[in-house]
Design a protein around this ligand. Structure first.
Ligand code: SF4
Ligand code: F3S
Length: 104
């Protein structure tokens, strides 16, 4: 089991989640972060840190995000500490289907 970053993170990347992870298993792409599913210890502390609820425990409804995280974890670099959100984060935080629009 792992926790997963989902669509809300896209175009926002608030990064409040990064500093609390005890095993530093977040990795960063241009428009979102992912959790490396092979490194996450399922502790759950990051879930409540995201101000827009982008992080969920792995479950039947978000397996696509686990698959995406597995793929991106092969190439995206680690992110070790929080930084400024993306410039228009507040503008995009409530938009839906952002992965399909901006990353895919
Ligand atoms: Fe890190 Fe725990 Fe979140 Fe997994 S659940 S990404 S180990 S803080
Ligand atoms: Fe993304 Fe939320 Fe972390 S927007 S970078 S999952 S705090």
């Amino acid at each position: 089991m792992t926790y997963v970053v989902t669509d809300a993170c896209v175009k926002c990347k608030y990064t409040d989640c990064i500093d609390v992870c005890p095993v530093s298993c977040f990795q960063e792409g241009e428009l979102m972060v992912i959790i490396n599913p092979d490194e996450c210890i399922d502790c759950g502390v990051c879930e409540i840190e995201c101000p827009i609820g982008a992080i969920e425990q792995e479950g039947p409804d978000n397996l696509i995000w686990v698959e995406r995280a597995k793929e991106f974890s092969k190439t995206w670099p680690s992110i070790e500490s929080s930084k400024k959100p993306l410039p228009d984060a507040d503008k995009y935080k409530d938009e839906e289907n952002k992965f399909e629009k901006y990353i895919k």
